[in-house]
Design a protein. Structure first.
Length: 206
């Protein structure tokens, strides 16, 4: 998993409440177990019309925000089903950070496991950052998200502190997913397996 220490990028505002995982990636696109290739279908109903043409009023179709890596979202973002394809699709779309007043619990956990930083802030602070992202004076300006210092710096120079659980923060900083966490103990696992083979040779090989 790619390490996340600091991110400097354009932020796009999507101030919709209760954006569920089906809206993030519709069920008809869940036919793959690969983490790549899903970005083109992320937010499909919002991004495309019934003929498959891009909707000009959707923020990520706007030329200014097509390269956005930060999404400023509404409350309860990622609610709904537990599909891990939701953070996969966002990551494949290029998003590395989502800022919102609240998240669906499973989506929140899955995002960290897939290299996406989810930041929870009070509604008024989210609104202020969203206004900065959309303002004619700062639209297209870059935000800086520093996970080591746990601060967001807006294109106007304003600084917003945030807090992330210590374990999740460390895993992102070091680029470790669940498999990476397990592999930290590879030596102990190997030693256990060798001991088991010696002491219980009748057990089938794992």
């Amino acid at each position: 998993m790619e390490k996340f220490k600091a991110l400097k990028a354009i932020a796009a505002s999507l101030p919709l409440m209760n954006v569920d995982t089906d809206m993030i990636i519709p069920a008809r696109f869940l036919k793959t177990i690969k983490r790549t290739g899903l970005g083109k279908s992320a937010f499909y109903v919002l991004r495309y019309d019934e003929n498959g043409a891009k909707r000009p009023d959707f923020v990520l179709n706007n030329e200014i925000y097509r390269r956005a890596k930060i999404l400023i979202a509404g409350a309860n973002f990622g609610c709904g089903s537990s599909r891990e394809h939701a953070p996969w699709s966002l990551a494949d779309l290029g998003l590395r950070c989502v800022i919102a007043p609240s998240f669906g619990d499973i989506f929140y956990n899955n995002s960290f496991k897939n290299g996406i930083l989810c930041i929870v802030l009070p509604q008024d602070q989210v609104d202020r950052l969203a206004a900065l992202a959309s303002s004619g004076n700062t639209a297209g300006g870059e935000f800086s998200v520093d996970l080591e210092r746990q601060v967001i710096t807006g294109p106007d120079g304003s600084v917003t502190p945030f807090s992330v659980d210590g374990t999740r923060r460390t895993n992102l900083l070091e680029g470790r997913d669940d498999i990476g966490l397990t592999l930290q103990h590879a030596g102990k696992i190997t030693a256990f397996e060798e001991k088991q083979r010696r002491e219980q040779p009748w057990q089938p090989a794992s």
